[in-house]
Design a protein around this ligand. Structure first.
Ligand code: PFF
Length: 462
């Protein structure tokens, strides 16, 4: 048997895992849900959620992957027997579902970048009011864009762990952070800065709808790439001498940092432009792809420089996330079906592309796909349905099983030794005890609350 490939450097895991975590969830979803949940209090609850739910589950996933040196299906099989491997299969299925719509939205970053580059050279021309709708309804363009995204992802995965994922994320992630910090510094000169900070950091619990609490928990899964085995897979390439707790904490911190920076950038611009606060487009799509480009060109000094750079940032962030989604699928095909990496990549990418075609055509091109409704009103269309399925069902359920398995079923001693947080007296440290407590109690209870709210009250956290 071949020995398993490892990350080539200490930073390999951190960059790839941060690359997976940081994506459209941070730059597209988080600013939108924070806006709709009225800022401050939601942000605080979200920060608590990532610490007491996100961090322990991320550790649990990494430890399972590293201990077994396997991708999700064989990892669960080895550690818990055949029955538990269903959780691994669920994760792979979730990978197809998310990649099948995420790649379509990721494709929009390409056109946004091209439009901004054009405007920066030859002057901004505000698009007609229905222009974005027409763009979404252009089926062949939507298919082409998602194809470009999946193809770029496949080319990287094809090259393997060190030569593909690690090399690319080592270049992309530092660029992404430099661009992000540059953008934050630019907007700090705008007059809307104080209002944006007040909105984000002065909690007023009276303004937080109660579902906002559960929405924060649900979003923690999506944004940290938890509940479908990405961190099991990436953890399986991690060396034994590395600290799981430290690596997980750093990834959680960096992901949160990006999400907060994205809010600072967007809200400062929104609060700077007169009248925009009231009319921010009422959809997630609207804020990132319609309102923001317009504001960048009309309100922001140096907007002509910032705008194209910003959309490169979003595209890179999305790419490092699609890489992780495809890698979960590919590593299963390699580990379980004995395929070569190349064959696994080709088949995984082709299958994801088929799902993406349905999503791409559900944005107005084919009415029966646009009207397709599995979850009832408000969730029309294949793309929204897949998002709903992943965010409300698949990720929380996957996450619940991971907490139950590692917290209650997995060998306690192995868990202690993998995490290796021992004090000088040889006992586990307080940090370890907190991790165990969060994993065994806080996380499953919070996830159950999310699942019950979806089932019983028909709530939607996608
Ligand atoms: N974490 C990514 C984001 O925030 O955009 C999305 C994602 C990637 C979700 C990988 C789940 C996943 F397994």
């Amino acid at each position: 048997m071949l020995t398993r490939e490892n990350w080539g450097s200490k930073i390999g895991f951190i960059l790839a895992a941060t690359g997976s975590a940081v994506g459209l969830g941070n730059l597209w979803k988080f600013p939108y849900i924070t806006w709709h949940n009225n800022g401050g209090a939601f942000v605080l609850i979200y920060l608590v959620s990532v610490v007491i739910i996100g961090w322990p589950i991320m550790m649990a996933e990494i430890l399972l992957g590293r201990h077994t040196s396997e991708s999700p299906v064989p990892a669960f099989e080895k550690a818990g027997g055949k029955g538990w491997s269903i959780v691994g299969w669920l994760g792979v299925f979730t990978g197809f579902v998310i990649l099948g719509y995420y790649s379509v939205i990721a494709g929009w970053t390409i056109t946004s970048f091209i439009s901004c580059a054009k405007w920066s050279f030859s002057g901004y021309v505000a698009p007609a009011s229905g222009a974005f709708g027409d763009f979404m309804a252009d089926g062949s363009l939507q298919i082409f864009l998602s194809f470009l995204f999946i193809a770029a992802t496949a080319i990287i995965i094809w090259r393997g762990i060190k030569e593909g994922i690690e090399k690319v994320t080592k270049i992309l992630m530092p660029i992404l952070f430099v661009i992000l910090v540059y953008l934050v510094m630019m907007v700090l000169f705008l007059p809307g800065r104080n209002a944006a900070f007040a909105f984000l950091f002065s909690p007023n619990f009276g303004e937080l709808p109660w579902e906002g609490v559960l929405e924060a928990v649900g979003h923690a899964f999506f944004t940290l790439s938890l509940g479908m085995g990405v961190m099991i897979t990436y953890g399986s390439y991690m060396r034994k001498e590395e600290s799981i707790a430290g690596n997980a904490a750093l990834v959680v911190f960096l992901d949160t940092f990006v999400a907060i920076c994205a809010c600072i950038i967007m809200y400062t611009i929104i609060f700077t432009a007169p009248g925009v606060k009231e009319s921010v487009s009422g959809s997630t799509v609207g804020m990132l792809f319609i309102t923001l480009p317009n504001l960048l060109y009309t309100e922001v000094p140096f907007g002509t420089i910032i705008a194209p750079i910003f959309y490169i940032l979003v595209a890179f962030a999305a790419l490092s996330s699609t890489i992780s989604l495809l890698e979960v699928i590919v590593s299963l095909f390699i580990d379980k079906l004995g395929m070569t990496r190349h064959a696994a990549t080709f088949i995984g990418a082709a299958a994801s592309f088929i799902v993406a075609i349905f999503s791409a055509l559900s944005l107005g091109a084919l009415s029966f796909l646009s009207n397709f409704s599995f979850f009832g009103k408000g969730k029309e269309g294949v793309l929204s349905t897949l998002d709903h399925l992943a965010a409300n069902w698949l990720l929380p359920v996957g996450g619940l099983f991971i907490t139950l398995f590692v917290g209650w079923r997995f060998d306690k001693k192995i868990c202690e030794n993998e995490i290796a947080l021992f004090g000088p007296d040889g006992n586990t440290t307080l940090t370890y005890k907190l991790f165990r407590f969060f994993l065994k109690f806080t996380a499953p209870i919070a996830i159950l609350a999310v699942i019950l709210a979806v089932i019983i009250m028909g709530k939607d956290f996608s």
